[in-house]
Design a protein around this ligand. Sequence first.
Ligand code: 9L3
Ligand code: MG
Length: 132
Amino acid sequence: MKLLLVVACALVDADRRVLLAERPAGKQLAGLWEFPGGKLEAGERPEACLIRELHEELGITTWESCLAPLTFASHAYEDFHLLMPLYVCRKYDGIPRGQEGQRLKWVRPKDMRDYPMPPADLPLIAPLIDLL
Ligand code: 9L3
Ligand code: MG
């Protein structure tokens, strides 16, 4: 089975809320709320991938020293297996804005069950509740 490597981020604010981004229309899993992130490019380190994705998707800048790995998601879809580390980030420059027009929401981890999320993201909620 094909392996897909994706890196995701829990951006945390001063009120211990975490940013969820709505997947844009036209993309796979459109309309679901996810931890922002995206696919690793060939040979890319996960931290570099996340810094790039957060800039592309949200217009913010962060640094490797501000990214702390928390856990991994591992989920078998129909045609590929997704392996996705989740990093926690509490420090960045700029105000997150959906660069592709996607809606954003700051959500307490215990309230995330109210948002439809991709199946791979669901097991990441419990470690965030424990952390925050
Ligand atoms: N994915 C799932 N949860 C996430 C992210 C960032 C991505 N939190 C899945 C959706 C797609 C694949 O990973 O199937 C690639 O993501 P993208 O490049 O379409 O964002
Ligand atoms: Mg993405």
